[in-house]
Ligand binder design. Sequence first.
Ligand code: HEC
Ligand code: HEC
Length: 281
Amino acid sequence: MRRYIARWGIAAVLGVVGGVALSAQAGPTDLPKVDAASADRGRTVWVAQCIDCHGSQARGTDKGPNLVRSVLVLHDRYGSELEPFLKKGHETQSGTPSASFTHDQVVDLANFLRQRIDDTLRGSPIFVVQNILTGDATRGAAYFNGAGGCASCHSPTGDFAGIAGRMSPVDIQQRMIFPSLGGRGRGRGRGRGAGPATTAATPEVTVAVTPPGGATVSGALVQMDDFTVTLRNASGDLQTFRRTPDMRVVKTDPLQAHHDLLDRITDQDMHDLVAYLETLK
Ligand code: HEC
Ligand code: HEC
């Protein structure tokens, strides 16, 4: 546990010096502290520019996604992800270009969003610490190997051997729900080489693009929306495709199972799984 804290502690210090470089490795266990005054200022910007589409609690509307579950927002540290995202250009309610937001405004928005995430975690019964070790390890093992489908990607004698020695129960639970991919598309190219977390073995979101009548090109997903898709191909070059209706685009997210976890898993399953993983000393 101490080693774990030390690791994130160093990441946090470097994060300030190195700006965005470490955002990809900052995990959800390293939750940035919310500055309440900044979050209040952020709320004002939110109401003026974002609330119509993302909702009052940032949990989304039919016009914009839930940002409390957004990987970009979860990885954000004081604007490290949000700032480049808004600089690229994003819709706003007033029509003000999002690229014109000041750094302080972005930090305020980041604090406001982090506060929404913290509220969501606090409000959820699965995050009540004293509940965490009330699970049944035998049922957890059955769920892991059966209905939960965890065994198709994880193994108690492989990647999860000794996991209980590496992480506290709270960390296990949080990372189960908000796991992080070190080398996600958005972080690449900016922070590469700066942090020790990005290794060749890190799983990443990939995309395969097949233009009509053309050959399939695949690589790490960098950016995708309704109009274009950008990937980094095997030789490390960026390739952007303009999307057309007859173009086939297949995205593969190694964490898809986790994005679905919050919707599917019951509190009891969660407690049972943590109790089971706690036996893997
Ligand atoms: C007109 C509706 C609209 C407004 C206004 C709007 N958004 Fe969005 N936002 C969307 C939609 C749709 C998406 C998903 C597509 C995309 O990424 O552009 C999105 C995506 C995002 C994402 C990326 C989520 C992810 O995981 O990729 C962030 C962060 C975000 N918005 C923040 C903001 C902030 C901050 C504001 C206010 C400054 C704002 N948005 C204003 C509609 C909106
Ligand atoms: C489709 C594959 C897949 C499935 C299914 C899956 N996981 Fe994962 N899981 C991953 C990946 C990929 C990571 C990211 C770990 C990494 O970057 O090495 C991860 C991370 C985790 C972590 C954090 C580990 C760490 O070292 O930070 C936990 C805990 C976890 N998963 C538990 C589960 C449980 C419990 C289930 C079943 C309910 C499950 N996973 C199902 C692929 C999967």
